[in-house]
Design a protein around this ligand. Structure first.
Ligand code: FES
Length: 315
């Protein structure tokens, strides 16, 4: 059996064991979310030995050369020594600049990073509290336009991070972990095409950034924002303000059960349509299926599902 080592601990594991499971089975508390190589919440650094990595391309060559691996994608095949991500040593500091509870239990959180962060709308960032609680969140801010980083945190469901977030005060320090690519993006060559942005709950966060990116880029085709929510629509005012300022922007605030009817548009220009979808898995699945059935090519539907607190690993 290979030996797995982390800090001062060493223990035997079955050959072929998933590295994330082996570490968490021993109580190391490595955070995780997607378990699919996307969110980068499960980063660990290998200091001796090499695991079998199912997705080496998920990290940049520089990161890999520094020993970083995604634990959820690795299997232990030989003796291996790893370090878990230490937010104080490996994370970048950021301070809470502003907090707002616009409606329901959604927290809009603005962080001021100590050093500017280069990112694009659609990416996720791992946030760490001072107590070592971590969770990935989509960036809702517009890079280059806003000096702070904006996140939307759904505090309606139990979760270690959302619980800690409710106690945050302006000036508190958080740590920024890995920046992950995410599936959503806006391309300037879509400027004349119809674009739908479909959000479930706080899946609106990345679409809030992407919508403003599209408008800033001078998108001329019809823009349709559809926000389905169980609770109050937390961005209704700023969305309506944007719609009032842009003739080509239509905003619809719906209950989840109204979704199917809203997507069933007669004479849909399906071949031209681009759709960006974000929300819980069931919402993303329902939207993607409905769009596909109406003739929208799969490659024109970009979808990002986030896990609920119950499904995601909490440190
Ligand atoms: S990349 Fe490993 S949990 Fe998301």
């Amino acid at each position: 059996m290979p030996e797995l080592r982390c800090g001062t601990r060493a223990w035997p594991v079955e050959a072929g064991s998933n590295l994330l499971d082996a570490l968490n089975g021993a109580g190391l508390g490595v955070p995780y979310s997607c378990r699919a190589g996307h969110c980068q919440a499960c980063l660990v650094r290998c200091t001796a030995g090499e695991p079998l990595d199912a997705q080496p391309e998920a990290l940049t060559p520089e990161r890999r050369a520094a020993g970083w691996r995604l634990a959820c994608q690795c299997r232990v095949v030989d003796d291996l020594a790893v370090e878990t991500f230490d937010p104080l040593r490996d994370g970048a500091p950021a301070r809470v600049a502003r907090l707002d509870w616009p409606a329901g239990r959604v927290l809009r959180l603005w962080l001021e990073p100590e050093r500017p962060l280069r990112y694009r709308p659609g990416q996720h960032l791992l946030l760490w509290t001072a107590a070592g609680v971590a969770r990935p969140y989509s960036l809702a801010s517009l890079p280059g336009e806003e000096p702070w980083l904006e996140f939307h945190i759904d505090c309606s469901a139990p979760g270690a991070f959302s619980q800690a977030a409710q106690a945050l005060q302006v000036g508190d320090e958080l740590r920024l972990g890995a920046l992950a690519s995410g599936a959503l993006r806006y391309e300037p060559e879509w400027a004349a095409q119809p674009l739908w942005l479909l959000a479930g709950g706080t899946g609106l966060a990345p679409l809030w950034a992407l919508l403003r990116q599209a408008l800033a880029a001078g998108h001329q085709g019809p823009l349709r924002v559809l926000h389905a929510s169980r609770e109050a629509h937390y961005l209704s005012e700023p969305l309506q303000a944007l719609a009032a300022a842009h003739d080509n922007l239509q905003v619809e605030l719906l209950r989840r059960e109204q979704l199917d009817a809203a997507l069933a548009v007669p004479r849909l220009q399906a071949r031209q349509l681009r759709a960006l979808v974000c929300g819980p898995p069931a919402f993303v699945e329902a939207c993607s299926r409905r769009l596909y059935m109406q003739g929208v090519p799969r490659g024109q539907i970009l979808a990002d599902a986030f896990l609920t607190h119950a499904e995601a690993g909490q440190r």
